[in-house]
Design a protein around this ligand. Structure first.
Ligand code: GRF
Length: 222
């Protein structure tokens, strides 16, 4: 178990591209002081990302590293890696970071990088998940927090939350319901990692040193 003294808090770097509402949920959790985790920096690939303002308002270093300034994915990812590592993070958190990551980058952070995806993985990897859940007639939809591996949206799952799909739902209404669940489960997954309860070992998520069960993975809607 990790010690939860201030000096020993899990150091987190959060990567964003947009609104940063998930980042806000993490900042709020940090401010409540009920988790041994600390956001040490936020990095965006887009100057206009609103999440940068959220970071500044919370007194967290906010960096922009634009992919437009680099001629290849590999060069950008190498610069990004260098910037991230200058903050010596224990965990890299992707929170709406809209970039495909190179294999070398993913390998470098293996077991130390997590993502949230707006679907009940393995359903609906990739984009437009709310629209696709509606088109498929899914009775339920939701979101998943997972460790990042080389294959897009396919890493081992830590936590999932579901919402029922109603006949009256639109992609927008579903997005809103799913977002509310994201704001619950992402901070919780980070807290589990910060407390040393969750870790990745050989592609398996361990919870209290045992492979995580389906029940532990499914967040109840309390
Ligand atoms: C979320 O829907 C998340 O699932 C996806 O990107 C979106 C980010 O939203 N990966 P926000 O910027 O945290 O508001």
């Amino acid at each position: 178990m990790r010690d939860s003294t201030l000096q020993d808090r899990l150091r987190i770097v959060v990567l964003i591209s947009g609104s940063g509402s998930n980042l806000q949920a993490m900042i709020d959790q940090n401010h409540r002081g009920d988790t041994p985790a600390r956001i040490v920096a936020v990095i965006s690939n887009k100057t206009e990302a609103y999440g940068l303002k959220r970071a500044e308002q919370a007194g967290i270093p906010a960096n922009v590293l634009s992919h437009r300034d680099y001629s290849s994915r590999e060069e950008y990812d190498a610069a990004l890696q260098q910037l991230i590592d200058s903050y010596q993070p224990d965990l890299v958190v992707l929170a709406g970071f809209m970039r495909i990551l190179s294999d070398a980058f993913v390998r470098h952070y293996q077991g130390r990088m997590i993502n949230i995806h707006p679907s009940l993985l393995p359903r609906h990897k990739g984009l437009n998940t709310h629209q696709r859940a509606l088109e498929a007639g899914d009775p339920e939809h939701g979101c998943s927090v997972h460790f990042v591996t080389a294959e897009l949206d396919s890493g081992p799952i830590i936590l999932q939350a579901s919402v029922p799909v109603e006949a009256s739902d639109t992609p927008e209404s579903l997005a809103q319901k799913v977002h509310e669940q994201e704001h619950r489960i992402y901070p919780r997954a980070i807290d589990w990692i910060a407390r040393g309860r969750v870790r990745l070992e050989n592609d398996t998520v361990l919870f209290d040193n045992q492979p995580i069960s389906e029940q532990q993975r499914r967040a109840t809607t309390d």
